[in-house]
Design a protein around this ligand. Structure first.
Ligand code: GLA
Length: 728
């Protein structure tokens, strides 16, 4: 039993293999948070302290007891109006126009299996893998209910949280703020690890102390964004990759979000993860309900690598779906950096033939194949094949590509429209434009109002009509701007539109996944602008970044790896000099970095020398050899490429008999000193053979002292070592 209710002390305890989470229904019916950390038995309510604290008021029920204050007690779901002046998880505007919610425990149920959320992505599990706790809280004055959901996956050390607000009052209310996950910690000093960035430089790692005042990250862009990723880690001050306590919160949502972390006046820490408050006021008439997306949480007492491994395992096997979720993904060639908009059917076929000759498995036709789409200026919204440009029908093109032994994939950007398109001319009100104002353009495009079902239906039908023309086995779903000018002509309140937009997106994706279960969908938003756990439910891989420079990718993939499985991060070998940075790197370096993701190519193969083609054949063979280990193994970060001389990481099979270590030198100096790569995760004091050199090493020595990184002239050299256990 992973969820246990103890009647005497009124505690509810959630156990996973290595962690314990505990809450208590207290004497006044408040749901207090007691503990989240290393697995522990017993009641932890001794952690609650009661003192008379100035300017921390007391609920009326506490009578003359000045020591009982919600301003100091750790809570599961803090709301505005109980005397807690810290940042709340929930703000509701009531029928009487007040902002008070005083949620008290009403009941709870424990069920086998993991809850699911209608219309929203969520972790899934079979009944014997998970349990669900539902705690019903009620504001006894308004009747508004908050149903807290907890999903427990014991083997994965994962706890998920969500909340449903039900309007059981007599009138209209609106939900102004909602964070399904709150972590209140009474002691300790913590760091807030977040992932910031920009287009083509996503998910940079930042670690800063949680101090007094609230640190907040988030996205006001209507999508999860390049700028901040909707996942955070809270780590004890001295936590490293290999030791110490740390918590993760990953939002299973692809729209605007916010995460707040702060220390209160009593040196207690609160961390929240939830929906962005900006332009959000979700209307609920009497009887209606609002379902928040869920947050995936995990705790590791053994440092950050273990925390990432917990998340990777859960997302890979219990969030991603479909036939490709654990399969080795096909090696693809994408036409974008090969020819951008400038192609014909013949040039694509020529490229595809080259790809087939090299052993590449899938050809992806990127942007530029539909409507009048010959540049960024026009065509989005008109999903009809430009047969004149292709010189044939889509079905014929796919047939020829399939005849070469290649699968075929196609790029789409369903959420967008150019003003220069038939769709916009016919339905100008389908794009987000505020009446009387001129809209913000971005990449010359506007965003379609996916909060409206008729808009989603229309685009869905157009896209299906394209997909039905031939044997399409892959889709790249792109989204190339942030939302703005939020106004929906048919909405009863504009405060719901951003959330409903995301539901529209998920509805489209869900229908696509059901209708075409054999199609692999790769998410994309100008690279990794919507790289989040919500999208992974529909798209088991996401284009990691529009930046394909392997040296920049070291940092991007490093940041990504803290939360997301390696199998989800699209990573391609592109041309040198690189199109985004102008940097020159060897084919080997580009190959090693791309191998640490979902592997593919994105360059004009016609420009390659015979020598380079030979290298590519070698890389393809290597990918096939190592892909199961890379995609399914345990991932360890060895260095931090933001600050160290080299980027180094490794994959270890779950049974610890095999490991692949990869490294790229970043900073080069004369008379170079030697860096030692400390290899982790192997069996203790066991001999391993490095298969490239045949040399045998002791695993403990490899971890304690490391493997010397070769010193050689020249920048950005890549190395790879493959270890096999000598002892059974
Ligand atoms: C975005 C994507 C690219 C490419 C272009 C096409 O920028 O991230 O990979 O598909 O759009 O317009």
């Amino acid at each position: 039993m992973s969820i246990v209710y103890e009647e005497k002390r009124k505690t509810i305890t959630l156990h996973t293999k290595n962690t314990t989470y505990q809450m208590q229904i207290d004497r006044y019916g408040f749901l207090l948070h007691l503990y989240y950390g290393k697995r522990a038995d017993g009641c932890m309510d001794y952690l609650l302290t009661f003192y008379d604290r100035g300017f921390s008021g007391n609920p009326y029920d506490a009578g003359n007891d000045k020591t009982y204050s919600m301003d100091a007690l750790p809570q599961e779901f803090p709301s505005l109006g109980t005397g807690d002046y810290r940042t709340p998880a929930c703000i509701i505007k009531n029928t009487d126009r007040t902002y008070c919610s005083d949620f008290r425990y009403e009941s709870h149920t424990i069920k086998e299996g993991k809850y699911s959320l209608e219309g929203l992505p969520a972790v899934y599990a079979s009944d014997d893998e998970a349990q669900t706790l539902e705690v019903v809280l009620v504001d006894r004055v308004t009747g508004v209910r908050a149903e807290l959901l907890y999903g427990v996956l014991p083997e994965y050390d994962i706890i998920t949280r969500s909340v449903r607000i039900i309007n059981r009052s007599n009138g209209h209310i609106s939900v102004k703020k909602l964070a399904p996950a709150c972590l209140d910690m009474v002691g300790g000093q913590y760091d807030f690890i977040t992932f910031y960035g920009r287009h083509a430089m996503e998910r940079n790692y930042q670690r800063m102390p949680i101090g007094h005042g609230v640190s907040k990250i988030g996205s006001l862009r209507g999508s999860s964004s390049h700028q901040y990723n909707p996942a955070v880690i809270v780590a004890e001050k001295d936590t490293t990759e290999d030791a110490g306590g740390c918590y993760a919160m990953s939002f299973v949502y692809s729209g605007g979000f916010q995460s707040e972390a702060g220390m209160d006046q009593y040196y207690q820490t609160r961390v929240l993860m939830g929906l962005s408050e900006e332009q959000f006021a979700y209307p609920l008439n009497a009887g209606e309900e609002f379902q928040a997306p869920e947050v995936i949480m995990s705790y590791s007492s053994e440092g950050l690598s273990r925390l990432s491994q917990n998340l990777h395992r859960c997302m890979r096997t219990h969030l991603c779906r479909g036939k490709y979720k654990e399969a080795v993904r096909p090696i693809l060639l994408n036409s974008w950096e090969a020819s951008y908009f400038d192609f014909t059917g013949d040039s694509l076929l020529q490229l595809a033939q080259q790809a087939a000759d090299l052993g590449i498995e899938m050809f992806v036709m990127d942007d530029g194949w539909f409507g009048q789409r010959d540049s960024e200026l026009r065509g989005l919204g008109d999903w009809t094949v430009n047969e004149e440009k292709l010189g044939c029908t889509l079905g014929e093109l796919i047939g020829k590509i399939n005849d070469m032994g290649l699968k075929f994939g196609i790029w789409i950007e369903p959420e967008m429209v150019n003003e220069d398109s038939s769709l916009y001319r016919e339905h100008p009100d389908w794009a987000f434009v505020i009446p009387g104002r001129r809209p913000n353009r971005s990449r010359h495009q506007l965003v379609l109002d996916f909060s409206r079902k008729e808009v989603v239906d229309h685009i869905y039908d157009q896209i299906c009509a394209v997909l039905d023309q031939g044997n399409v086995e892959y889709i790249k779903w792109d989204m190339n701007r942030s939302l703005a000018d939020i106004y929906s002509a048919t909405a009863d309140s504009q405060g719901r539109v951003l959330y409903d937009y995301v539901l529209g997106l998920y509805d489209f994706l869900e229908r696509l996944v059901e209708r075409y279960p054999h199609i692999l969908i790769e998410g994309c938003s100008g690279g990794g602008g919507r790289f989040d756990a919500g999208m992974l439910y529909y798209t088991p891989q996401i284009w990691c970044s529009d930046n394909t420079d392997p040296i920049d990718r070291l940092e991007i993939q490093y940041g990504t790896s803290f939360i997301y499985p390696i199998s989800s991060a699209g990573s391609h070998v592109s041309a040198s000099p690189n199109h985004q940075t102008g940097r020159c790197t060897s084919m080997k370096t580009r190959g090693v970095v791309a191998l640490a993701g979902t592997f593919g190519y994105e360059l004009n193969l016609n420009d390659l020398s015979e020598e380079e083609k030979k290298e590519i054949r070698g890389q393809i063979a290597e990918y096939k050899r190592f892909a199961p280990l890379i995609q399914g193994g345990l991932y360890y970060r060895i260095t931090n490429p933001q600050t160290d001389n080299l980027g180094a990481w490794q994959f270890v099979s779950e049974d610890q008999t095999e490991a692949l270590v990869q490294a790229v030198s970043i900073r080069q100096h004369a008379n170079m000193t030697v860096d030692y790569i400390r290899i982790k995760g192997l069996k203790e004091n066991t001999m391993y053979r490095e298969t490239g050199s045949g040399k045998v090493y002791n695993s403990t020595a490899l971890r304690e002292t490391g493997l010397p990184m070769p010193v050689a002239l020249g920048e950005y050299r890549a190395y790879q070592w493959h270890f096999i256990c000598e002892e059974s």
